[in-house]
Design a protein around this ligand. Structure first.
Ligand code: SF4
Length: 323
């Protein structure tokens, strides 16, 4: 039994221009102690999927279909009161750009203590002790709890956000673009930290990133999202070694390979389609170099292309143009 099992999830946003189908029928699961990467360009639905799990969609967003099963409960059916018992204590999230969201006029320790006092119902002394432990856990001396956010570098602020996410001992941590705003050296340190915490605390993790190299370093399995759908999924090793979907191949080609031949990385022509009125058939067809008539008419579904490896492309069921 997976720890978290997402089935047929659809999450839409009402906007003045129409209904944005940000997540449009995705399935994925996360095992105990596993890390799953959700990858794809910005706007593919990764963050909406994460916010749906946390039941933190903005006011104009709603889960319209599907199940999010965690420990025998369907989170989509819980009231806000019930979900408060799950959020932070069982599943927590490091929000995108969160390191810049620390309150500048409040000491860092007091900000970490807040969720502990609120959710664990402990007194201030016990919360402060826990804050010290958490800071040490993420590599910051406990005395720094008395400092303000401006006294921390970007990397240290991100460590503080990780400490906050761990404050109530969750089983699952969702990290949304945890290293995007950091320089390369600090990125490596934060990824190493996440990897160590996962190992030492037995955490399960969902890592969201547009950067495939982040997945390669930290995840066991990955799901590639395009325009609200998962188009390829499998172990990280399998997807990198033997990418099947043309979108995955383009994404991989768009990243520089420092060990490979001295060539410029590729790029994916065109833009993501509107999710108010997505293209019929395969949503990637307007940008796909291999599309043909069938791709315009018929939607491909995830099919097995290897051991635990699935891809949604008509090329796998025969036909189509040459390479
Ligand atoms: Fe390209 Fe067609 Fe495959 Fe879609 S189904 S990725 S358009 S070849």
């Amino acid at each position: 039994m997976p720890l978290l099992d997402v089935r047929g999830l659809k999450a839409y946003f009402e906007t003045r221009d129409g209904v944005v189908r940000a997540v449009d029928g995705v399935d994925f699961s996360l095992g105990e102690g596993e890390s799953l990467g959700l990858a794809g360009e910005s706007g593919c639905g990764k963050t909406t999927a994460a916010l749906s799990i946390m039941r933190l969609l903005p006011q104009n967003g709603r889960i319209v279909e599907g199940q999010i099963n965690y420990a025998g409960y369907d989170l989509t059916q819980m009231t806000q009161n019930q979900i408060r018992g799950i959020r932070w204590r069982h599943i927590s999230i490091i929000f995108q750009g969160a390191m810049n969201a620390l309150n500048p006029v409040k000491r860092v320790g007091a900000q970490i203590a807040e969720p502990i006092i609120l959710h664990e119902k402990v007194d201030e002394e016990a919360a402060n002790k826990r804050v010290g432990e958490l800071l040490e856990l993420v590599g910051i001396h406990k005395d720094r709890a008395a400092d303000y956010p401006h006294e921390f570098s970007g990397g240290m602020r991100q460590r503080v956000m990780i400490a906050m996410a761990l404050a109530c001992n969750p089983r699952i941590v969702i990290a949304d673009e945890p290293v995007t705003a950091l320089d390369v050296m600090i990125q490596a340190q934060i990824l190493e930290l996440l990897e160590r915490l996962k190992r030492e605390l037995g955490l399960s993790m969902i890592l969201i990133s547009h950067d495939l190299s982040v997945m390669a370093e930290t995840c066991d399995s990955m799901a590639i999202m395009y325009a609200g759908k998962i188009v390829e999924t499998g172990s990280v090793r399998e997807v990198f070694k033997d990418a099947n979907h043309p979108y995955t191949k383009d994404l991989i080609a768009a990243f520089p390979d420092i060990e490979g031949p001295d060539v410029l990385p590729g790029y994916i022509p065109g833009l993501l389609p509107s999710l108010i009125d997505p293209p019929k058939g395969c949503r990637f067809h307007p940008r796909c170099k291999r599309s043909w008539e069938r791709c315009v008419e018929e939607e491909p579904h995830l099919e097995s292309v290897g051991d635990g490896h699935r891809s949604a492309c008509h090329l796998n069921t025969g036909g189509g143009p040459g390479p």
